[in-house]
Design a protein around this ligand. Structure first.
Ligand SMILES: NC(=O)c1ccc[n+]([C@@H]2O[C@H](COP(=O)([O-])OP(=O)(O)OC[C@H]3O[C@@H](n4cnc5c(N)ncnc54)[C@H](OP(=O)(O)O)[C@@H]3O)[C@@H](O)[C@H]2O)c1
Length: 268
């Protein structure tokens, strides 16, 4: 018989990067509902304070800390602050990610490459390294990375982003293999389109009606017929963060409404 208490995060400390809005905010609230105390981090403190206030209403501790995850120095300061306050980190959700501009492979410049790779890949790698050293001393922990369906199937004009997310899938496997002896599990989720500021930035430059029409057109290409919501990512994160997934490591769970299994004439 399944013991549902294995999904509980009671007494655990979770750090959620990119926790100020979108998918990260939903994850931070979801982990708190499952029992964890939460550190929410992104670059802008005022946005984080709002999320922390929502978490406290759920009866959990919440600490907002501003940090730039693309900079290793900022990551070290963040982790030091978390340890100073909580003394441990049980769960790390590497959610922060960006896709600041669309552009063709023939035109993209070094600056765009560095912005995307520094956050989506380098930052994810080094915060995991620093936190894994702490988890090793503690006797274990769970790291959950944010990949994307674009890491499996490239999307035109967001090539650098797709490459970064494919690397996140491999980073997940690579870290999982090396960290398994220390009881540190590393997994990922790979969302399809989800309504957030990042997704809506595809259409920011368009008049409102045209933006709506383009988004509706995108939804038609999702087998489940709609764009996902941030809350729909949270169940898998709770599973991967908790003891319910104690035998799962190196795995990436696609949550894409069926996009990657759609027949070519259906998929965009
Ligand atoms: N939405 C989708 O359709 C979709 C699909 C697949 C995968 N994903 C992935 O899901 C994750 C969350 O995306 P989202 O759609 O929720 O995006 P979002 O709404 O743009 O949120 C991104 C979060 O990351 C933070 N952030 C951005 N740059 C940062 C930096 N340099 N250092 C620290 N924090 C930073 C942002 O806060 P600040 O700007 O204040 O720093 C914000 O909290 C990303 O990894 C994304 O690639 C999204």
């Amino acid at each position: 018989m399944i013991d549902l208490s294995r999904f509980s995060l009671e007494g655990k400390v979770a750090v959620v990067t990119g926790g100020s809005r979108g998918i990260g905010r939903a994850i931070a609230l979801g982990l708190a509902e499952a029992g964890a105390d939460i550190v929410v981090t992104s670059r802008k403190l005022p946005d984080l304070e709002g999320v922390a206030a929502e978490i406290r209403k759920l009866g959990r501790k919440a600490t907002p800390i501003a940090a730039h995850i693309g900079k290793v120095g900022s990551i070290k300061t963040l982790v030091d602050s978390v340890i100073k306050e909580f003394g441990r980190i049980d769960i790390l959700v590497n959610n922060a990610g960006c896709s600041p501009a669309m552009g063709m492979i023939l035109e993209n410049d070094e600056r765009l490459w560095d912005t995307i790779m520094n956050l989506n890949l380098k930052g994810l790698y080094f915060i995991s390294q620093i936190v894994a050293r702490i988890m090793k001393e503690q006797g274990g922990g769970s790291i959950v990375n944010m990949a994307s369906m674009d890491g499996y199937k490239p999307e035109p004009y967001v090539g650098i982003y797709s490459i970064s997310k494919a690397a996140v899938i491999m980073a997940t496997k690579s870290m999982a293999l090396e960290l398994a002896p220390f009881n540190i599990r590393v997994n990922a989720i790979a969302p399809g389109p989800v309504t957030t500021k990042m997704l809506d930035s595809h259409w920011f430059h368009l008049p409102e009606e045209q933006a709506k029409a383009e988004k509706a057109e995108m939804a038609k290409h999702v087998p489940l017929g709609r764009i996902g919501e941030p809350d729909e990512m949270v169940g898998a994160i709770i599973y991967l963060a908790s003891d319910a997934s104690s035998y799962t490591t190196g795995e990436t769970i696609l949550i894409d409404g069926g996009c990657t299994i759609a027949a070519p004439e259906f998929a965009k």
